[in-house]
Each structure stands twice: as C-alpha cells, then as structure tokens.
Design a protein around this ligand. Sequence first.
Ligand code: DLL
Length: 449
Amino acid sequence: MTTTTPAVPRLDHSVAEDRSAPDREELMSRDEVEALQLERLQWTLRHAYENVPMYTRKFDEAGVHPDDLKELDDLAKFPYTDKSDLRDNYPFDTFAVPMSQVRRVHASSGTTGKPTVVGYTEGDLASWATLVARCLRLSGVRPGDLLQNSYGYGLFTGGLGAHYGAERLGCTVVPMSGGQTETQIQLIHDFEPAAILCTPTYLLAIMDAMRGLGIDPRGTSLRTAVLGAEPWTYKMRQELEDGMGVNALDIYGLSEVMGPGVAGESCETKDGSHIWEDHFRPEIIDPLEPTRTRADGEDGELVFTSLTKVAMPVIRYRTHDLTHLMPGTARPGHRRMGALTVRNDDMIILRGVNLFPTQIEEIALTVPGLSPHFQLELTRPGRMDELTVKIERRQDATAEDGAAAARLLQKEIKTKIGSSVRVDVLEPHALPRSVGKLRRIYDNRQVRD
Ligand code: DLL
C-alpha cells in the first residue's frame, strides 16, 4: 500500500469568512462542475486502484485501468461496488490510507450479516462538514441559529454528520440525539431552537406527543426542519408543515458514500435535493440490466462515485435507491434527484404486484380520519401472501369514522396499486413510534414447502 497519496485536485477546506454565503464550488456552472469532476474522477480511480486491493482486483478482472478514463462517460467501463464488497472486506480492507490517517469510523448495522464500516481522514471530515453546512444553509438555516439535532448519535452517520456540519455553518448545536421525546419537547420550549434535524417519522412522533401534552405544535420557535434518512412523500411534507408550522426540507445521504449531506434541498425552490456534484458523480442505471445507464429524467437505481474521499473512495456504489436525475435549479451546476420514495429493498411483491410503503403513505394521507402512523404486515395464512395495513385513526376521528376510512383505503389501494389488502384501523397511539428510521414492514410469512 502506498502511503503518499497526491492531494485531491483543487480541494480547499478553509472556512469562508462569511459563513452565510454559498461557497465557490456550490455556485459553479455545469461546465465548471464537469471539468472539476473529470479531474477528480481521474484522481479517485487512480487512488482506489493503487491503494485498495479490492479495486485493483476488480479493475483488473474487468480489464480496465484508471488511464482508460478520458471523459466522464468512460466511467461506465468500470465495475460496480455493492454492500457485499464492503462486507467481504470487513472491517477496514476498503480503506485507502493507513489507519494512522483515519480519524473516525462509522458503521451501519443493516438487517443481516456484518455491519458496513466506513472511514474518514481529517480532510474527509472537513469535506463532510462543508457539505452538510451547505445543505443546511440552502434549507434556510443561518449562522447564529440554534439548532436541535435529533438524529441519533453514535455509529449511525446522522447525528455526528449533522452536528459538525451545523457547527461549521456557525450554528449553536443542541446535541439531543433521537428519543426521550418529552425532553425534546421541553428543550424546544426552553431553548427556542430555530431548526430541528431528524427523520420525518420522528418529527411526526414529536408533533403527536406535543398534542398529547396539550402543546400547540404550530406555536413553537421552530421554523425549519431538515429531514432525511428514510423515504418520505410530498403528502408527508404537507402533513408536517401544516402540523408544525415549519418549512420541511429534504437532506439525503448514505454512510457508504459519506453520510447525510450528499444532497440537500433549497427552501426557495423546494423541488428536490441538489446532489453536490463537486464531490460525487451520480449515475442512474437499470437495476435489472446494470450494463445500461439511463439518461437524465429516466427512473432507475442511483449509483455514486466519490470524487474527493481519501480514506474510503467508492467507485460506482449501488445505492438500491430508485429515482431520476433532473437539471439543477437553485444551484444550476449540480443536478437534483427526484423525490426518493422507494428503495429496491423495500419493495413488496404481493401476488405479482409491486408495492412500496410510501405508496400506502401517499394514499392513506388522502383518506379523512386516518393518521400517517401505519405498519405493513405480511402473512401467508394459506398458499397466498396477504398484506395487512395496520393504521391508526386520527385523534379526532371516531371508531365509526375509522371503519369507513378502512373501507375507503382498501378501495383506493385496489384502484391505484391494484392489490387487495386487509386494513385494520387501530386506536390512536396503538403503534410504536420511531426515534430514528422507522420500520414499516413486518414480514411474518412462514416459509412452507
Ligand atoms: O441515513 C444518512 C442520513 C442521515 C441521511 C441523516 C440524511 C439524514 P444510512 O443509514 O446509510 O445513512 O442510510 C442510507 O437511507 O440509501 C436511502 O435509502 C435512505 N435515505 C437517506 N436519506 C434519505 C432521504 C443515512 N432524504 C439510506 N429520502 C439511503 C429518502 C433517504 N431516503
């Protein structure tokens, strides 16, 4: 392993004097961004190939060399990376620098198998903080704002990632982490934060708990909520904005690529998250036919190549997130991603029909009397799979309202998705609340021969 890695081209970690102003790369034109991408992509491929045996092997097997990248589209010649590559190289064999240069590791537990481990140099941590600061500023958070950070601290990238980004922007951070909902509410009342950072379903839980305590969720100091880490719909945005009296903006990211801050949304245009293309090169591929990349506007699986990461470069990392790319608006040099409401892994195939939890969310929120609190339970009572939507009725809805709502939801799901499902309407607060990423699907099918 070589220990002297040349510096990332044109990367500057200094903090601008005026932290409220966009940084230079954020404002670059599309041409400037693409020129920078090419330079950084060539650097990244070489860095990965020379310093991570996994990439040396993968590139050699595919018969490609970093020198083969002459233009951005040549990236399609290089092999993909998946979660399994990281697991196979557990814990640290995907790192491109000696451990003495790795300042921090994070890990995601996943649902099965070994955790996925990621590492950062000091420079990587600075880039990460810069990008989270960029997202927060674009969302309307300002230096000097007090901000309650309710993403979980620890191995999950949400808490610490958001924390250092907020400090870099010049905010005062309350490192609350997820959970202890009554304390969250107490601090919102006493400290009067301007912004809160958490998952959309946790904000929903906070809003509900406020109502339960007789507090008007619209009457707090909160103006902005920067939400992410799980799929959410425009209907959910509306529910939270109306209920809490905040501007709810999206922030996207994943640990393997960095953590929160890979993309963020503008409070002026509110039209999907801008991917920071000075640090990541996104592609959309056909998930079933990965040799085919897709044009902007076409749906498919999002794939990322890091452009500045030193400790753990990722080449064509498959996210399993399904979306499309659109031209930048608030920041024209950087493309936006479509609303990310579906992950490959969350797809339920019910008697041949594909269905995603967010489709249920979207429909349920149009049915009077139903709350956004629901779970999906899969069972196999006989030979056929059955899906039950367990959903709470709203506080102000009666049991009769609930029964009518159940019939309507069942009918709407049949019409809009094409699946017959069971609907159980539950009392308010019958389901557990999330403090971070919410688990929507409970698969209780017994595998039979
Ligand atoms: O969830 C990083 C993060 C923390 C992002 C806080 C935003 C805020 P992971 O635990 O590795 O990292 O999970 C990554 O979560 O592939 C998406 O499926 C999903 N996800 C993240 N942000 C969004 C979002 C963090 N804004 C996985 N909308 C990703 C929809 C999201 N899904």
